[in-house]
Design a protein around this ligand. Sequence first.
Ligand code: NAP
Length: 258
Amino acid sequence: MVTFDFGRKNFVVVGASSGIGRQVALELSRSGANVLAIGRNLERLDALRQASPVSLIKHPPRIFTEQLDVTTATADEWSAVLENFTSAVGKINGGVYTAGIWGLTPLNAFDVQLAHKIFDTSFWGAVNFVQASTRKRFALEGSSFVVMSSIAGDFAGKSLFAYSAAKAAIQTAVKSFASELVRGKHRINSVAPAIVKTEMLQNELFAESDKLLSRHLLGLSTPFDVAGMILFLLSERAALITGQNFFVDGGYVVGSFE
Ligand SMILES: NC(=O)c1ccc[n+]([C@@H]2O[C@H](COP(=O)([O-])OP(=O)(O)OC[C@H]3O[C@@H](n4cnc5c(N)ncnc54)[C@H](OP(=O)(O)O)[C@@H]3O)[C@@H](O)[C@H]2O)c1
């Protein structure tokens, strides 16, 4: 079994109150890291904080929480939450940005506000997070960052222009960021799942579209499957990997051309 030791390390997870982000925050914490968990839903963030592993060691890893709306957060607000965390535990070893919302935007009748919100959450929020968290005052040299794309970024479907464009944009931004962040020896990559069993898609896509489900030749992913790739990318085993996008798609892409 491959396990990761994140003992005495510090990570930020944005979108940690649910789904993939929550799983990543929990696994980082269980493998010894201090985690700053960011989201909007305080109740869920509190529940996550209470899920910190019980430990008899002197300074057990802790989950810290901060409430932040990534669509409205200013540079000063990003700095303030990072300052609170790093002044308590030290500089970060990396971060994961999983905040995102789903929504259909049919070309002839889309809700403009929703389309902007989708883009602001998946793209601009990630850009602002990467800009703030990779600053020297917050990140140790050689930190690793992961942001969420989606296979929708490569295979846009009907009524998905806003979501797909945001997920394609973040993949491209990652390639550009990677070449700038090497000055701090930082790495950054994106992860692109197909359908993952989380709250995000339960209402619309899980409406048992057999055709869609059967394209996932190995079955639908869970947050655990996606977290595996993210933890690998955060770890030192991925020390030479940067600027890449990784599918975790249950065989969706190989199955889609039959
Ligand atoms: N589920 C899938 O099938 C799938 C497939 C491909 C890619 N993805 C991508 O994977 C990422 C995680 O998705 P998920 O399935 O884990 O979704 P999820 O369970 O709905 O979790 C989304 C997270 O984003 C946070 N978030 C949303 N808007 C926010 C805002 N304005 N400010 C701060 N936090 C915000 C939510 O926190 P609060 O509610 O507390 O604000 C929540 O913690 C997303 O980027 C999604 O696009 C998901």
